[in-house]
Ligand binder design. Sequence first.
Ligand code: 5BU
Length: 493
Amino acid sequence: MAKVSELILSLFDVGAVKFGSFKLKSGIQSPIYFDLRVIISHPKLMQTICEILEEVVGGLKAVDVICGVPYTALPLATIISVRKNIPMVIKRREQKLYGTGKMIEGEYTEGQTKCLILEDVVTTGSSIVETTLALRSHGILVDEAIVVLNRNYPAADENLKKNGISLTSVVKVDQLLDVLLNGDRITLKQKVEVEKFLAEGQTIPEAVQPLKTEQNGDGEEGIESSLSKKLSSPKSQKLFDIIISKQSNLCLSADCETWQELISIGEVVGSKICAMKTHVDALSFQDPNEIALFKRKLAELASEHNFVIIEDRKFADIGSTVMKQLTAAPFSISEWAHFVTVHSIPGPGMLKAFKEKDKGVILIAEMSSVGNLPSILPDYKKKTLEMVEESGNEDIVVGFVSQSRVGSSLGGKGGGGSATCFLQFTPGVSLHSTGDALGQQYVTVRNAILERDADVIIVGRGILQQGREKWVEAAEQYRKEGWEALKEKLQLK
Ligand code: 5BU
């Protein structure tokens, strides 16, 4: 206990916990802020943290390996591994595009190796869950995690419990506040202010990992991170982050006949895509067990390869019906899709259903098919954008399916300002065809990105129809062309 108090004071003294006024992405001001990345500059503090963690590890059931969630917990896990002689495994942040293509580094035996996860700070628990699912998909057994600082966010407990993970915390926020007050680091007023902030259900901001660490000498932020900040919502920022880190703005439209085929293509092209788009109601399933298996396998694939799942359901009804369509079995779309496509026809009320289920919305502003009404009707696109802005739904609307820009451009035509931007998803892209017999119209990758201002290209048959043996080659061709064109458009290096 004395050691934990000493740790709390040291965390404050090195600036890992800050008090003041910090602006959150949502615009809310927070009176407290965590940044545990700074601890790597203080070896003594690293030692104290590891000693405490080792005591905690000693009190848990025996484990075969430990895994630190990148980045800050990685050096902590390394120290503990060496000192306690417990081997480590590392989960890569994205799959290698070459070589062995392994996601997990280190030795383990499927179905036998038991792993303990280490994390520096927990907010929603999503990083721990993501790491757990990736490890489990490789047959590694995970049911426990330790965190240095727990922000007492109720959703985290629920999220971890739901995924069968029990969490041990070294420091909880209420204890942190008590120790800092008694140690004369903060005033009673500051303590009360933070307690009130937390009681309102707010989360403490944490230093986010920069998209790219490259910076100019004068400390100016990288272009990718300033572009990311222009995006409307944390959800679109997350996708943009994936696009940059995987160098891919390719969304595979996985319009397969069977769910098994969809999983197969996901396995082989997962490393090349930023998103996978599904039409779950167009897949054939034998029974509900197959649907459950499909959902689990798809979620594992998305976690392992770090891509977003978009269910192209094209919701178009009043809110209460949409809520049922989103959640009802057997598909239970809200359980596994990160983003869903939605028509703007019903008006803004239905967006509440998606907000309640925390789904990213991609609104359809234009279609790719011949004579589609959204493209013909005057102001349809403009009204779709106004609907989002006027109803204050920028935080869940990730972007628009469109054939031309809706609102401000991220970097292309009319870009460069500070206005909030939405991502543009453009389907009807093919390097092999100009259309089909049922009204689909295609443009090339470069045309979609450089002329029509797409940020994400959606490609289905252009890849699928190349045949199983050519899936990877075709996906790589679209990824490469798409990424080169995006770099040109956004003037990335
Ligand atoms: P294709 O095989 O690349 O033509 O598939 C395109 C996919 O994008 C397919 O799943 C369509 O349902 C989806 N799509 C589209 O093609 N055009 C649109 O305007 C919209 C969706 Br919205």
